[in-house]
Design a binder for this molecule. Sequence first.
Ligand code: RIB
Ligand code: CA
Length: 339
Amino acid sequence: MTPLLIDCDPGIDDAVALLLAIASSAFADLPGQVAGDGEKSSRFNILGITTVAGNVSVATTETNARCICELGGRPELKVFAGCPRPLVRQPVFAEHVHGANGLAGVEFPTPRMPLQSQHGVDFLIEMLLQSPKKVAIAMLGPLTNLAVALIKAPQIAAQIDRVVIMGGAVGAGNVTSSAEFNFFADPHAAQVVLRAGREQGIDLTLIPLDVTHQAIATPARRAALAALGNRAGGTVARMLENYGLREQGQRGFAGPPLHDPCVMAYLLEPGLFEVKRCLAMVETESSLTLGRLGVAREGDGQGDGQGDGQGDGYNVAIAQSIDADGFYRLLTERLARLG
Ligand code: RIB
Ligand code: CA
């Protein structure tokens, strides 16, 4: 099983990504788990979930992460609150997209599982340094926590197997015409992490808006989730009902794009994606293009983005495309395993 740390800002799509990760984690303790494909179903050993200010405040993202863990039947998972604001810029939030409670206004019981007292950044550092195996990290929100961890303890780089990030846009953004939300919300953190890809040889893979906009939750795909007949499927379908309406209106999509679950899908089935190794950076100066992802050089399509990033002068593998039908097959099949 792959040791996995998840950093997120739930957030509707973060919530779906957490459920996908939970449904693909330790085989033995999921109710109703289908025997026989234990190898694939038990791909993750979730070491912990850190939360960050992003879509909504960190007080709300940590509460939402706990609500989703309980919905997924995993109240023993450890949830931590991380940074309450970006490194430099003034905080920006996205209640207008995710609702005031961050989960489309869908009501959840007050979580009974505790919030861990340790700061999320300190947990990331401690867990990475003590893990006997290299750890995969899924980044689903602004990159503040990972950036601070890398600044505070650069030696964690040697303990990181790979970092898969939802962020950036090679084409048009979704917050400004230039920038995608996670990179807009903390452009300096995004630059710190991308620079570490080259200077510290951390294996980074970016799933940008250009790819997540290919993963549209169409009415038929949402109906399949609602038809699962379990709380997870029904709750996800309800959260998606009014999600991403602005993007749908602007871009004529037949439903909301599911950004963050693409990160989990990449970790589970990288063959669903085509990637290219690139040299990329983030605009941190211009007020006009703040958070813009700049791709300086693109390599050829090379495998699934493995490699130390130093040998070829590139610093990140950027996804170019996704098999959307395959993605929704995986998502629906896995959510079916939950209660
Ligand atoms: O731009 C989409 C990203 O910003 C997603 O991670 C969404 O949850 C928000 O954090
Ligand atoms: Ca997110």
